[in-house]
Design a protein around this ligand. Structure first.
Ligand code: AHM
Ligand code: MG
Length: 344
């Protein structure tokens, strides 16, 4: 029988990769791992349970209707992290302000977590893959004091770990502590995440492009031109590329990580900064992609170097295979003047 490495074993084996005190990361990740399993259980029975399915009626602070599972996943993550007492606070897509934990030892916790507890929530009730995204920073304020906004508003270059969980045809947890990316698949029969994708690498080139073309008219000129480039025939560069868009960022990204591809959510007329959130969508996923040899920017600037100003800030996102992102950036640069409707 081949030896299977469980996530628990893997974390213990790789303790040395984590620059800070022993045991902290493993306790933190086990809180996330536990929450992931609980959310997974609910996601998988969502079609059966009436009171979980469907919109909960309340809106989150971005004015989007929250699905009940969003609320549930958010609560599970918060409960698990609060109980673990390694984290002094969390910031979530579902909460307007960050939540400082002051219970027991938590106030001494050296870390903060930012998360999108259930991303792609419009796909829940149609059996399409959804995900959870998380990132972990070391706090800036003094342990023993109440967490502050500055603990959360840190650029991606200061991340200590990030990851995502995809609830797809199987459930996977993919994460990085800055030493490459590893993927674990949940064996539901025994309830254990097992190492299935060691040292994940994003192919440098790909054939897939992912963008919501329904917004085409509102795209910057550079993006329009890049889409045309993707659609042109050219045997040497394997074009035309194939268009794939699920509408669940984690699922689109995970597919492109494995097969190679580019995902773009640019600025649009309606959303000049794009739709996606810097702190708990763009930064953690950019960290993962870079750790796997890919690239991520807002069309110009490296996502990980952007200094966040607001917990719920949005930025455009160009992410995936290195050469594809670079090509899209070249188009953005070439057509930047006309993009914003400025004088040429
Ligand atoms: P959510 O966090 O409210 O689920 O929104 C984020 C999602 C991403 O998963 C996805 O890539 C994007 O929104 C899709 O947006 P659109 O429907 O505009 O293409
Ligand atoms: Mg989201």
């Amino acid at each position: 029988m081949t030896k299977v490495t469980t996530l628990g074993e893997f974390i213990v084996e790789r303790q040395a990769d984590f620059p800070f005190a022993k045991g902290e990361l493993s306790r933190l990740l086990s809180a996330i791992r536990l929450a992931a399993k609980v959310v997974n259980r609910e996601v998988n029975k969502a079609g059966l349970v009436d009171d979980i399915l469907g919109a909960s009626g309340s809106e989150n602070i971005q004015g989007e209707t929250q699905q009940k599972l969003d609320v549930y996943a958010n609560q599970q993550m918060i409960n698990a992290l609060r109980a673990q007492q390694e984290v002094c606070g969390i910031g979530s897509e579902e909460n307007e302000d960050f939540i400082a934990f002051e219970n027991g030892e938590a106030i001494w916790g050296k870390y903060v977590v930012l998360m999108d507890p259930l991303d792609g929530s419009s796909n829940i009730d149609v059996n399409v893959s959804i995900g959870t995204i998380f990132s972990i920073y070391r706090r800036k304020s003094k342990p023993g004091t109440v967490a502050e906004l500055q603990d959360f508003l840190q650029p991606g270059v200061d991340l200590v770990a990030a990851g995502y969980i995809i609830y797809g045809s199987s459930t996977m947890l993919v994460f990085s502590t800055g030493h490459g990316v590893n993927g674990f698949t949940l064996d539901t029969s025994i309830g254990v995440f097992c190492l299935s994708h060691p040292n994940m690498r994003v192919p440098e080139d790909g054939k897939l492009y992912s963008i919501n073309e329904g917004n085409y008219k509102q795209f910057p000129e550079g993006v329009k031109k890049y889409i045309k480039y993707c659609q042109e025939e050219d045997a040497e560069t394997n074009r035309p590329y194939t268009s794939r868009y699920i509408g669940s960022l984690v699922a689109d990204l995970h597919r492109n990580m494995i097969k190679g591809g580019v995902y773009i959510y640019p600025s649009t007329g309606a959303n000049p900064n794009g739709k996606l959130r810097l702190m708990y969508e763009n930064i953690p996923l950019s960290f993962i992609v870079e750790q796997a040899g890919g690239k991520a920017s807002d069309g110009k600037n490296r996502i990980l170097e952007i200094q966040p100003k607001d917990l719920h800030q949005r930025t455009p996102l160009f992410i995936g295979s290195k050469n594809m992102v670079e090509m899209a950036e070249r188009y953005m640069e070439e057509y930047s003047e006309t993009a914003a409707g400025r004088e040429e």
